[in-house]
Write a protein that binds this ligand. Structure first.
Ligand code: NAP
Ligand code: HSE
Length: 427
């Protein structure tokens, strides 16, 4: 390889940045061969110049502006996260003629359509494979090999931290706090872990996937979001007894009149479903296309090394564009997609109640469900003490609006002490 190397700069040297640096160092020869030109990391932007680093000190700078306008740099890897200053740095990098690879799902969910449009208008690449599903190849197959299909439904486990927590809660009876601390120690969680636990992170990821799947802009606020804080050991136990696993799923599907319905929430998933066996930090996305049928992608959804794999895959793509002399392959997003409200959802539900332990309780509850067209499919009940009992129902498929109206009625019944929990069921 005689031409001068492709010069790369990293913004961020944390979990993902260090993983990307190490992968480029360990596999440099093979990566260069696959690109057709040598590669070189020439600068690394960070916040704290006083930290000890595992790379030569002269690479580091806290002046990130100078990195993105450096005329000798060809590619920027944005691995710092957050909106500011990442967004302005990416814009400056693109306007300075540099291709960009990012792992930043929050930024891509909130401003991806505009940034991809900018990259496209400048003939540059803006790749973001690592933003969804860590190391799983997902965005590129959806943008290319699956692009001819109409997507009929997409469901995924999109957050490694919460899948790890739910797995620990379900397999060893861990509590949420202990399992979260383990996930943080392993480098899975976001800097602010409420992004994981309260499901902002998978909300961003589902907005990105929905944009790619339905080829239009999907704003994250259009994705209904519920996290895992309300999941109790008893719900996990009952799910198991009834033949289900509880997973935090992102689900998007067409909802008629050109609209889509997108939602992230804990879900009862039958044990036999391919996503139900995806545990720990693993993520998976299951897609039903009109011609391809059902496909599923799975792998480690978080952590420095798997995420670095996706970042470096994107970098190799950019490198090939540079070597072949092409003009970039960012696919522009066309228009905003109208989102359907969650009240239109048709699905089944699990609901657990604490009730007075006396006659006619069941009849009153069944009447309240029936009044809003909610049919009951299964039930588990037990006595708690001399006064109280616990009843858990599975409903038939019904409309969310009717289900919530029935819950309103049930809450007001004198025989019902409390609605402990309710969870949507995927059949
Ligand atoms: P991290 O460990 O917190 O590292 C962030 C890095 O960016 C640090 O080196 C930090 O500098 C630097 N940085 C942050 N804000 C900065 C600022 N304002 N100015 C200069 N430097 C700044 O984060 P991470 O886990 O590697 O995540 C990076 C990105 O990848 C995020 O967008 C995240 O959502 C995404 N992602 C992460 C994972 C994962 O498993 N961790 C997986 C997929 C995608 P200092 O070192 O000086 O503090
Ligand atoms: N915090 C994220 C997760 C990192 O747990 O999935 C990967 O995007």
């Amino acid at each position: 390889m005689t031409s001068s190397p492709i010069r790369i700069a990293l913004l961020g040297f944390g979990t993902v940045g260090m993983g990307a640096y190490r992968m480029l160092a360990d596999n440099r020869e093979a990566i260069s061969t696959k690109i057709g030109r040598d590669i070189e990391i020439v600068r690394i932007g960070i916040r704290d110049p006083a930290k000890d680093r595992t790379a030569p000190p002269d690479l580091f700078t806290a002046d990130l502006e100078s990195v993105v306008v450096d005329p000798s740099v060809h590619v920027i890897l944005e691995l710092m996260g957050g909106i500011d200053p990442a967004v302005s740095l990416i814009e400056r990098a693109l306007r300075s003629g540099k291709h960009v690879v990012t792992a930043n799902k929050e930024l891509m969910a909130k401003q991806g359509a505009r940034l991809v449009g900018l990259a496209s208008s400048l003939g540059l690449d803006l790749h973001f494979e690592a933003a969804v599903g860590g190391g799983i190849p997902l965005i590129q197959p959806m943008k290319h090999q699956l692009a001819g299909n109409d997507v009929l439904k997409l469901m995924g486990i999109l957050n490694g931290t919460t899948n790890y927590i739910l797995t620990r809660m379900s397999e060893d009876g861990s509590d949420l706090k202990t399992a979260l601390a383990e996930a943080q120690e392993k480098g899975y969680a976001e800097a602010d872990p409420t992004a994981d636990v309260d499901a902002f992170d998978p909300q961003y990821k589902l907005a990105i996937l929905a944009s790619v799947a339905f080829h239009g802009e999907v704003a994250p606020e259009g994705v209904h979001r519920e996290g895992i804080r309300g999941i109790s050991a008893r719900d996990i136990e009952l799910a198991h007894l009834m033949g289900y696993r509880i997973k935090l799923l992102g689900i998007v599907e067409p909802a008629g009149s050109g609209r889509v319905l997108a939602r992230v929430h804990p879900t009862f998933l039958p044990k036999g479903h391919p996503l139900a066996g995806v545990n720990d930090v693993y993520n998976a996305v299951w897609i039903r296309g009109d011609f391809v049928g059902d496909v599923m992608f799975s792998g480690k959804g978080a952590g420095g090394d798997p995420t670095a794999s996706a970042v470096i895959g994107d970098l190799i793509d950019v490198g090939r564009t540079l070597v072949a002399g092409g003009s970039g392959s960012a696919i522009p997003v066309v228009g905003r997609i109208e989102m359907a409200p969650i009240e239109e959802l048709r699905t089944a539900y699990y609901v657990r109640l604490i009730v007075e332990d006396r006659p006619k309780v069941l009849g009153e509850i069944a009447m309240a469900f029936g009044e809003h067209e909610v049919g009951l499919a299964a039930m588990e009940m037990r006595t708690l003490d001399v006064e109280r009992g616990e009843i858990a129902f599975l409903t038939h498929v019904c409309v969310e609006k009717g289900f919530k109206a029935a819950l309103g009625l049930i809450e007001g019944l004198s025989v019902v002490r409390s609605i402990e929990s309710w969870i949507r069921v995927e059949s």
